[in-house]
Each structure stands twice: as structure tokens, then as C-alpha cells.
Design a protein around this ligand. Structure first.
Ligand SMILES: [Zn+2]
Length: 336
């Protein structure tokens, strides 16, 4: 009995609350390590039930995080291991930050070189599908169709470049999948000059239909983004469009519902559907600049340095190691 009590009175086994790890961004926002890891763990549990080999890899994602801290206490991740699975919410959060930081660099450079360029934001859709096999095929068709469409003469003649991402959402009513492309496309200002250049919404819908070889009229959404580089407000409009394009390809709330049987089916379908699919791509001048700036692959590359903070050099004063605590479902600071 006495022995038991002495264990209970010591907190060496489970860390106390003073060592809960927090990571505050310079903006003051708390970075969502804990909630992302909780979702990632739930996803790995579904993979274990489905007997996917990669379940272990996902479980091990971001268990130990090593940061360099500056004098002001700001943390910069310098060592961690990420599973890079397309459905992992921890990896998707890092990926979206990286993609958004990269896109902003690329777009800023495009606007320096093409002072009078204009930006349009698109969503291209096709009919929903009902299983993983259909989804996989549809995503392949859409990537090909988009590639065909941007080479059409009437589009190509004014097109400077684009970036596109593919998003898959789950329809809660009938458990179907909706796969669509978000694209930011950059045109010469001549695009808006005269009937021979300007493309109406109807034109875009017809081009997408033709490129996809569809026997129905697909939904296409198009918005012109105000983009005069001198105005701060317009810069915000571009950033909003970038963030919309760079957001997660799949949202974890779509397969982490209260219904486990359904979650299992969705994860199984999405794993099959997204297998070996590229969800982010650049074209034209944006692709060239992405290469010139020596940016690595946001989808498959390093997920440690993601938010462009590497340019704001602050000397590292000390290091902080955070470890995932499986019982407490949170990160705790590890003292050596
Ligand atoms: Zn991961």
C-alpha cells in the first residue's frame, strides 16, 4: 500500500502541466500541433483496422519535435519526422503552409516581371463519384483534361501561367466524393481586350467540357482577382486566392466523424483514390519561377521548413524538444 502511494505522489512518470508544450507564432497564434496530431493518430488507428502497412508510419508521424528557440522565445522546427501521407492532418497542415508560402513567392515574382498581368481564380468540377477506383480514374482524367484545356489556342495565347490544386470532399448525404480543381491563372492584360481575347463563363464551361470529353455541362466558377500591385487591398485579394488554392486537399473532418464504419469506408476509398496522384502543380511562367527560386516539392518535399520564416534570421539561443504523450494526448517538453 505504502509503495503504491509513493508512486501516486510522484509525477516523474507523467509530466506535470507546467511542461505542456506550446508553440506561439510571431503573430501570437498558437500553432495547432496538438489538434493536428490527435487527428493524425485517429487516422492511423483507422489504417490499423484496415490493415494498411503504412499505419505504423502514420502513428510515428511527428512524435518528437526539435526546435531552435531564439532569445525572444520564438521556436523554429529543425528536426522531426513526418509520414507525408496524403490524409495525415499533421502533414497536410505543414504542406498547406509550405504551399502557400511558396506560391506567394512565385506570384510576387510573376507580378514583378509582368506588371500588367491579370489573375483569375477558377474552380473546375465534374460529377461526383462513389468509390475509390472511380475517384482514382477521375483524378487522372482531370489532370489530363486540365493539361489539354490550357493548350487550347484561345486560352494559351494570353495565358502566362497557372497553379492548380485538386481537392476532394465527401458529400455527407450520399457518401459520394466530389473532386474539383482550384486554379489561379495569370493572363496578359490583352485577355480583357475585345471579343477575340475575352472568354466568358460560358466559354470556360465549354472548354472544360470539351477537354474532359463530358456529355453534360460541368460546373465552372470563375472570378477575376483585382491585382494592381500598388494597392494593398488588391494584394490581400491575391493572398486570399492563394490561400484558397493552397488549402488542404482533403479535410480530416470528412473521415473523422462519429460513425466509425463510415470513416473506414471513406479512408479506404480515399487511399485508393489518391494513390500516386499529384494534387499540386504549376505551369508556364509560374513553373519556371518555381524552378528558378529553387523551391522544392510542396507535396513530397521537406515538411520541416515550411512557412518562409527561414529568411528572418534570429540566432538560436537554445533548443526545445517536444514529445507526444500518448496517454495525455498532448506534447510535453522533454528535459534531458
Ligand atoms: Zn504525417
Amino acid at each position: 500500500m505504502h509503495f503504491q502511494n509513493s508512486i501516486d505522489n510522484h509525477s516523474t512518470i507523467t509530466p506535470d502541466d507546467s511542461s505542456v508544450f506550446t508553440d506561439k507564432a510571431k503573430s501570437g497564434k498558437i500553432r495547432p500541433w496538438q489538434e493536428r496530431k490527435i487527428d493524425s493518430v485517429s487516422y492511423s488507428e483507422l489504417l490499423f483496422i484496415l490493415e494498411f502497412k503504412k499505419a505504423e508510419r502514420v502513428r510515428d508521424c511527428g512524435v518528437i519535435l526539435q526546435f531552435q528557440a531564439s532569445d525572444t522565445g520564438h521556436l523554429k522546427l529543425y528536426k522531426a519526422w513526418f509520414c507525408k501521407s496524403k490524409l495525415c492532418s499533421l502533414c497536410n497542415w505543414r504542406r498547406a503552409m509550405k504551399h502557400s508560402a511558396q506560391s506567394k513567392k512565385v506570384i510576387t515574382e510573376v507580378m514583378k516581371r509582368k506588371l500588367s498581368c491579370r489573375w483569375l481564380f477558377f474552380t473546375f468540377t465534374v460529377k461526383n463519384v462513389y468509390d475509390g477506383e472511380e475517384l482514382n480514374k477521375s483524378l487522372a482524367d482531370m489532370a489530363k483534361g486540365f493539361g489539354r484545356m490550357v493548350r487550347y489556342k484561345k486560352i494559351d495565347k494570353n495565358l502566362i501561367g497557372f497553379m492548380r490544386t485538386t481537392e476532394v470532399t465527401v458529400n455527407k448525404k450520399d457518401n459520394s466524393y466530389n473532386q474539383h480543381i482550384h486554379a489561379m491563372m495569370c493572363f496578359e492584360s490583352s485577355y480583357f481586350k475585345g471579343k477575340e481575347n475575352y472568354l466568358t463563363h460560358k466559354d470556360w464551361q465549354a472548354f472544360w467540357k470539351k477537354a474532359m470529353k463530358l456529355d453534360y455541362d460541368p460546373n465552372v466558377f470563375v472570378t477575376a482577382i483585382k491585382s494592381k500591385i500598388s494597392s494593398g487591398q488588391d494584394k490581400q485579394a491575391i493572398e486570399d486566392a492563394v490561400n484558397e488554392t493552397a488549402k488542404y486537399s482533403v479535410k480530416s473532418e470528412d473521415y473523422l466523424t462519429d460513425d466509425e464504419e463510415r470513416n473506414l469506408q471513406i479512408v479506404k476509398d480515399l487511399e485508393e483514390g489518391l494513390f500516386r496522384k499529384r494534387l499540386i502543380s504549376y505551369g508556364g511562367l509560374l513553373k519556371e519561377i518555381h524552378k528558378e527560386l529553387n523551391l522544392d516539392d510542396a507535396e513530397d518535399g521537406d515538411l520541416i521548413q515550411v512557412d518562409g520564416e527561414d529568411e528572418e534570421k534570429e540566432d538560436a539561443a537554445y533548443t526545445v524538444t517536444a514529445m507526444w504523450n500518448w496517454n495525455r494526448q498532448n506534447y510535453y517538453i522533454k528535459n534531458d
